[in-house]
Design a protein around this ligand. Sequence first.
Ligand code: NDP
Length: 334
Amino acid sequence: MNISGQYSPAPDRYDSMTYKRCGRSGLMLPAVSLGLWHNFGGVDSLENARAMLRRAFDLGITHFDLANNYGPPYGSAEKTFGRLFAQDFAPLRDELIISSKAGWDMWPGPYGDWGSRKYLVASLDQSLERMGLDYVDIFYHHRPDPETPLEETIGALDFIVRSGRALYAGISMYPPDFTRRAVEMLRSLGTPCLIHQPNYSLLDRWVEDGLLEVLTDEGVGCIVFSPLAQGLLTDRYLDGIPEGSRAARDDSYLSRSQVTDGVVATVRRLNDVAAARGQTMAQMAVAWVLHQSGVTSALIGASRPGQVEEAVAALDHLEFAADELETIDAVLGD
Ligand code: NDP
């Protein structure tokens, strides 16, 4: 693929992707979305980042997920995205859903972290500048803040939408009770909560313990991050920790110590289930989160275009037979 020349998106890009309604909203999201947490930073290859974004869009992935502090260094994934957006995607702005977030540490001092109105509004203004955008489609509060009154954080999200900086508001990692309160507050202000972004995978099923129920009740969409458990739920670590993998990188949030013998043994057994379904481990991991009703989109990461292709191919086989689900539960329960 020539990735340095002018980008012409694939004419058949909408032919095979599945688009799902995000809660009780008007917005459809692709069943697979691409996140730019890793591999889009200032330390990473710009050409590889370009190749991944182009391949994703050609496959019908219309949603790219960012945050203020994605990099490294912080902010650099938004800068990379801004460069590539200007070169490749600017004429396609209305075909794209671009999100950003604030809530984790971003700049020094008391105004660059957590959930104050001061932080959220200033951070989004910085994000828009880095990306060269007038607005983002979705802006999230990135994590619950136990100290700031929820009214203030939610009021800031409402203001952000009303001021035109974002089209929709979302929350991330809020537990069920906090979620219900946030959703009710947003609704009362006239800015419905579009979406929640929690982590969910075969290796971490906390959302089944109340959160998915709240979201379904309230008509809020759910985009689940790290469905591959950062790569653990692929064949990446079945024979050790390869050089260049996320667990081998010093700047990642997956440490070598998380690749335990126990996890690898579990993934081996899940891999057998996947093979019997005619899927790779990664594909079954994506299909499994999507088969859960209430999940709108699987938010994957990738370090190369082929990984995006592999995840999208999971959509060819989303159904699970009852005995497959039983076997999976048995493996995870052991
Ligand atoms: P995944 O669980 O999908 O992990 C992605 C990583 O797995 C890749 O970078 C790659 O790592 C490896 N991988 C992917 N496909 C394959 C494959 N087919 N074979 C082998 N290895 C594979 O998601 P992420 O953890 O990257 O998170 C996805 C997105 O979720 C982020 O970009 C971000 O947008 C969002 N997120 C949100 C958070 C929040 O708090 N709201 C927190 C974390 C993420 P390798 O480098 O080893 O190739």
